[in-house]
Ligand binder design. Structure first.
Ligand SMILES: NC(=O)c1ccc[n+]([C@@H]2O[C@H](COP(=O)([O-])OP(=O)(O)OC[C@H]3O[C@@H](n4cnc5c(N)ncnc54)[C@H](OP(=O)(O)O)[C@@H]3O)[C@@H](O)[C@H]2O)c1
Length: 336
């Protein structure tokens, strides 16, 4: 069994869920994941054994910060925390900071520093990739590393596509908007009511702007387009229509003709460039997205050989942790 030492930058929902997952399933895994450092907004701590991780996790679950957990040992400067990783010794940094779509910072700078010192990177945070995809890929290439970003796109790029040129990507990439649209369609409720239900069910955030405004889908489609189509598109180039009360008439039209409305992110080649767009679309019963209901997600990849590969998001409570684990393994198997 190969041991892989990792660090968690961000110890909120995702970071804690991953630590729980490793504690629960670790013994059955082919690779032994050792969480050797964790950081929240108060600072980072290096962990010498599994017992201190369990104590830190229990402490965080009471709502307290890591600086209160280890006041004497906490590294309050995030840059210093990154610098301390090689001595831990940590091979892979898993980043799950809150998404900053305005600049990608501070994550973008911190990930760049990690790659420059040879620490592998897995991120589930779309912010740094929306603003620094090329910079991070270049830093990874220089270090002989591969970036793990499967957790940022809602639906991971299918493995079997490797090496083939992708001409078009279409996807239902955001679970929250799909949940709202599904409720509007199946229960005939207004957008506002469907949104309130989604918030009460813990699906939509209290501030749902990034989801319903289509931004989350924009960034996911953009990252897929950059990864698979080599797109040089920027956030500002993406044409974006989200969902709202104005989507109700589209839903009515779809309901009358037994069709469905889905918020579709699309990347395609047009006039020699990759164009990315997001808009609610009516889909017919022969569309692969017709049956993608509720919080489910799916994407269709069309390659130059004419193949169309349909890929679904993972589901279940461990979905994001399994994606992170796969990426950690991929990153470490591609070193050197
Ligand atoms: N939830 C999912 O299933 C899911 C799936 C895919 C991707 N994501 C992405 O994962 C990321 C994290 O989501 P989440 O739900 O885990 O968020 P969260 O619960 O808010 O956790 C964020 C963590 O980052 C820490 N943090 C904030 N600013 C920091 C800074 N400047 N330096 C160091 N640590 C800092 C927070 O510290 P405190 O603990 O001190 O507040 C917290 O531990 C987001 O980018 C999200 O889009 C989430």
């Amino acid at each position: 069994v190969q041991e892989i030492n990792i660090a968690l930058l961000g110890f909120g929902n995702v970071g804690q869920a991953f630590a729980d997952y490793i504690n629960r399933t670790g013994a059955s895994l082919e690779f032994k994941i050792k969480i050797r450092a964790i950081a929240d907004s108060s600072g980072g701590v290096l962990l010498t054994d599994d017992h201190s991780l369990k104590r830190a996790l229990a402490h965080k679950k009471t709502g307290r910060s890591l600086s209160e957990f280890a006041p004497a040992a906490v590294i309050t400067d995030a840059h210093e925390f990154i610098k301390s990783l090689p001595s831990a010794p940590v091979r892979v940094l898993v980043e799950s900071l809150p998404t900053n779509l305005a600049s990608g910072q501070p994550a973008l700078g911190l990930l760049n520093e990690a790659l420059a010192q040879g620490t592998g990177v897995v991120t589930v945070d779309k912010g740094p990739l929306a603003h620094g995809f090329e910079v991070l890929q270049e830093a990874a290439r220089r270090a002989g590393l591969r970036l793990g970003l499967s957790g940022t796109t809602g639906v991971s790029a299918p493995e079997e596509i490797a090496g083939e040129r992708v001409l078009e990507i279409r996807g239902v990439l955001n679970g929250t908007t799909n949940y709202i649209l599904t409720a509007m369609q199946e229960r005939g409720v207004s957008f506002d009511e469907a949104l309130r239900t989604a918030q009460a069910d813990g699906i939509a955030e209290p501030d749902p702007g990034l989801d319903v405004g289509g931004w989350d889908t924009v960034v996911k489609a953009l990252i897929l387009a950059k990864t698979l189509m080599n797109a040089d598109t920027t956030l500002a180039d993406v044409s974006r229509i989200g969902i709202g009360p104005e989507t109700e008439s589209l839903i009515r039209a779809a309901r009358e003709t037994s069709r469905k409305v889905r918020l579709v992110g699309r990347a395609r080649i047009w006039q020699g460039r990759v164009r990315v767009s997001v808009a609610p679309k009516i889909v017919t019963s022969d569309s692969p997205f017709y049956s993608v209901a509720g919080t489910s997600k799916a994407a269709l990849f069309r390659t130059e050989t004419g193949r169309e590969i349909l890929s679904f998001s993972r589901s279940g409570r461990d979905a994001i942790s399994e994606t992170i684990l796969d990426d950690i393994i991929k990153v470490t198997q591609h070193e050197g």
